[in-house]
Design a protein around this ligand. Structure first.
Ligand code: B12
Length: 283
C-alpha cells in the first residue's frame, strides 16, 4: 500500500510518497520512502510517479492538502467522478465503496454527495436520455448508488445528542428517491432520527404515520416537474392535518423554476446539504 505522509519542518509541510509493507518475520509493517515530493502546497499530481497517479487514496489526500491549487482540486474531483462513473455503471459496489472511503478519509460527507455522486448520477441520466447508455445500465448504476447510500447511512448513525425526528418522502407518482436517501443519510450523520417513507407515499398514509411518529419536520423530495402538482396536493393535505408541523420541500424539480406555492418552505439549490440541518433546526 502506498500513501502520502506529511512532515512539518519549521512550520512548513513537506510531502513524502511512502510504501508500507508487512514484515512477516517481525510481524510488523515497514515504511519505505519512495519519493520526496517537496513542499506540500506546491505538489501536483504530476509529481507522483505514473504508476501511483490513479490511486484514489493519494488523489483524495492531495485534494484535501493542496486546497490553494483550485485547478488541481477540480482535476482530481473530475478524476474521482470518472472512477465512480465506471464503478457504478459496471455495477461494482466494492469499487464504489473504495472510492467513497478514499474520498471521505480527507473530505466531508456532503462534499462526496454534492461534488462527486450527484453530478455522476446527472451524467448517467444525461447519457441515458441521449440514448448513449442503456436503461439496464442506468438501473444498475442507480441500484448500486442506493446500496452505497444505505451503507453510508448505517456507518454514520451517531448516538450523539438527538437533534430531532424527521420524516422523509416523495409524493405519489415520484419514484426517484435517491435524493431522499441522500438527505436521510446526511441527517442521520448529524444526529437526527429519520423515518424514510420514500418513494411515493399517499397523503393519507403519511398523515396517519405522522400521528404516531410525532416528527419535528417533514422533508419532501421532488425530482420530476410533473410531480410538483402531486407534491403540492400532498403538502396541503398534511398541513391541514398537522398545522404546526414544519414541511420542507426541495429537489431537482426546482432547479430551474422556484416560484411554486407550497404550504411549507421551499428549499432551493441556493442551499447546500450542510445548511439543511440548520434550516430544519431553526423551525
Ligand atoms: C436514477 C434515475 C431514475 C431511476 C430512479 C430510481 C430511484 N429509486 O431513485 C428510475 C430508473 C426509476 C427513473 C425513472 C424515471 N426517470 Co429518472 N433519473 C434518474 C437519474 C439518472 C438520477 C437521479 C438521482 O438519483 N440523482 C442523484 C440524487 C442524489 O440527486 P437529487 O435527487 O437531485 O438530490 C440532491 C438534491 O436535489 C437535494 N434534494 C433532493 N431532494 C431534496 C429535498 C429537500 C427538502 C432539499 C432541501 C434538498 C433536496 O439533495 C440531493 C443531494 O444533493 C436522473 C438524472 C439526473 N439528472 O439526476 C434521471 C431523471 C431525473 N429521470 C428522468 C426521467 C424522464 C425519468 C422517467 C420519466 C423515465 C421514463 N420515461 O420512464 C421515469 C419516471 C419515474 C417516476 N414516475 O418517477 C429525467 C427527468 C427530466 C425532467 N426534467 O423532468 C432525468 C433528469 C433524466 C434525464 N436527463 O432526462 N429514473
Amino acid at each position: 500500500m502506498v500513501y502520502l505522509r506529511k512532515k512539518k519542518v519549521k512550520g512548513v509541510d513537506y510531502l513524502y510518497l511512502v510504501k508500507s509493507t508487512w514484515d512477516k518475520q517481525k510481524k510488523t509493517s515497514r515504511q519505505e520512502t519512495i519519493k520526496y515530493l517537496g513542499q506540500s502546497s506546491s505538489v501536483t499530481r504530476d509529481d507522483i510517479p505514473a504508476e501511483f497517479r490513479d490511486d484514489a487514496k493519494i488523489n483524495s489526500f492531495l485534494l484535501q492538502n493542496t486546497p490553494k491549487d483550485r485547478q488541481m482540486r477540480e482535476q482530481l474531483i473530475e478524476q474521482l467522478r470518472n472512477k465512480l462513473f465506471s464503478a457504478l455503471t459496471e455495477g461494482s459496489l466494492k469499487d464504489t465503496m473504495d472510492i467513497y472511503s478514499a474520498f471521505i478519509s480527507d473530505n466531508a460527507l456532503d462534499q462526496f454527495y454534492e461534488r462527486i455522486m450527484t453530478p455522476v448520477m446527472a451524467e448517467i441520466g444525461y447519457l441515458w436520455s441521449e440514448g448513449k447508455l442503456s436503461i439496464a445500465t442506468e438501473h444498475v448504476a442507480s441500484n448500486i448508488a442506493h446500496s452505497l447510500v444505505k451503507v453510508i447511512a448505517d456507518e454514520n448513525r451517531k448516538s450523539k445528542k438527538l437533534q430531532g425526528k424527521i420524516v422523509l418522502t416523495t409524493p405519489v407518482g415520484e419514484d426517484h428517491n435517491l435524493g431522499c436517501n441522500v438527505l436521510d443519510s446526511f441527517l442521520v450523520s448529524k444526529g437526527f432520527i429519520t423515518f424514510n417513507l420514500s418513494p411515493s407515499t399517499p397523503a393519507e398514509s403519511l398523515i396517519e404515520f405522522i400521528k404516531t411518529a410525532k416528527p419535528d419536520a417533514l422533508v419532501v423530495s421532488i425530482t420530476l416537474e410533473d410531480s410538483i402538482k402531486s407534491g403540492q396536493r400532498m403538502v396541503k393535505k398534511v398541513h391541514e392535518a398537522h398545522k404546526r408541523l414544519p414541511i420542507f420541500i426541495g429537489g431537482q424539480a426546482f432547479s430551474e423554476k422556484t416560484n411554486f406555492k407550497f404550504d411549507g418552505e421551499l428549499v432551493t439549490y441556493l442551499h447546500t446539504l450542510e445548511q439543511i440541518p440548520r434550516i430544519i433546526k431553526k423551525k
